[in-house]
Design a protein around this ligand. Structure first.
Ligand SMILES: Nc1ncnc2c1ncn2[C@@H]1O[C@H](COP(=O)(O)OP(=O)(O)OP(=O)(O)O)[C@@H](O)[C@H]1O
Ligand SMILES: [Mg+2]
Length: 323
């Protein structure tokens, strides 16, 4: 039975910028069930990290306004106080950041930083350290004992990403938010990290929100996919819905434009034109200026959402006519 863990309902995130607001995330709604790998895919700047950070109120500049509901196990955590959110961070919802160097403290050893999280659960220092070494082995860290005593700058990108995963495994959250966990890594390391994430889901029924711009990863690991454009989810469905029967013109173009298998796969097709200015929050489809099928109505009316099947929806004025 599918059990809902996280549900976003009309999430909007506006950043306060010079002269007004930038609408980075607009009316985003989706649900993630227990044990499900849910991928969010889209070009750079489409709001993926903003969604990830807004869930735990981790946006660094504090210049944002978050509206809508973020239900976690039925409670709207968007209404939670900072203290209540602290109780959830790490323990219930873990996060692997896009750039692990930003979230590791340069002045402490990596082992100490992982042990800190374990000791929050009243574990002794020595037991915590032994646990850290075991976790480092679990995430296939080469030379685990030695690396636990290394500082973040002494590790490679792949090793730092493993530290982040070990940190997360230490608390075993029900939801893991992984923001581009493998972008900076080569394909072999990428495959290893993905295997760790898959194992986590298979063994512990952890749900994963996997943020990526790589359709290859999506095809390999995801159960569900949301395609984002300029702050909005334009299409979502199961991985089969999206790959076998893409409906939104943007999804089709994105699949041709984004890497599918390896990072070194020839020249990619690009999508002409650029993302509209998100500070001009006009009605109409945000993809209109780049869409090969654009019609007059697309300029001034928000598209309705169409259901292809129970699991598959997309928002486009072409409606059922899209081939
Ligand atoms: N603190 C901020 N203040 C103002 N604008 C911001 C801030 N953070 C992000 N933005 C803007 O919000 C939009 C969404 O950014 P976000 O980082 O969520 O995109 P992304 O999909 O994660 O991109 P990438 O794939 O490059 O990581 C972009 O237009 C970005 O410039
Ligand atoms: Mg990002």
């Amino acid at each position: 039975m599918n059990e809902e863990l996280l549900k976003l309902n009309k999430l909007c995130v506006d950043y306060k910028v010079k002269g007004g607001y930038l609408s980075a995330v607009k009316n985003v709604s989706f649900s993630i069930n227990k044990g499900e790998i849910f991928a969010i895919v889209g070009e750079s700047g489409c709001g993926k990290s903003t969604i990830a950070h807004s869930i735990l109120h981790l946006l660094p500049e504090h210049n944002e306004v978050i509206k809508g509901n973020i239900y976690f196990k039925g409670s709207d955590i968007n209404q939670f106080t900072e203290k209540q959110l602290e109780g959830i961070r790490g323990r219930d919802i873990g996060m692997i950041f896009q750039n692990p160097l930003d979230s590791l403290n340069p002045v402490y050893t990596t082992g100490f930083q992982v042990a800190e999280g374990i000791m929050l659960d009243n574990v002794s220092k020595i037991d915590a350290w032994n646990r850290v070494v075991q976790l480092f082995k679990d995430v296939k860290m080469p030379d685990a004992e030695k690396r636990a005593e290394s500082y973040p700058h002494e590790l490679s990108g792949g090793m730092r990403q493993r530290v982040m995963i070990a940190m997360m495994l230490a608390r075993m959250p029900e939801l893991l938010i992984a923001d581009e966990p493998t972008t900076a890594l080569d394909v072999t390391i990428e495959a290893q990290i993905l295997n760790i994430i898959k194992e986590l889901r298979d063994k512990h029924n952890t749900a994963v929100m996997l943020i990526t711009h790589n359709f290859g990863l999506v095809a390999e690991v995801a159960d569900m996919v949301a395609v984002m454009y300029a702050g909005e989810v334009v299409e979502q469905g199961t991985v089969y819905d999206i790959f076998d029967n893409p409906k939104h013109p943007y999804t089709t173009l994105l699949m041709k434009a984004l890497p599918r298998k390896t990072k070194k796969e020839g020249r990619l097709q690009t999508i002409g034109g650029s993302v509209p200015r998100l500070t001009e929050n006009k009605p109409g489809c945000r993809f209109e200026n780049r869409c090969p099928y654009a019609m007059d109505v697309c300029k001034n009316q928000d598209p309705a959402e169409y259901n292809v099947t129970d699991s598959h929806t997309y928002s486009c004025h072409l409606g059922k006519e899209v081939k």
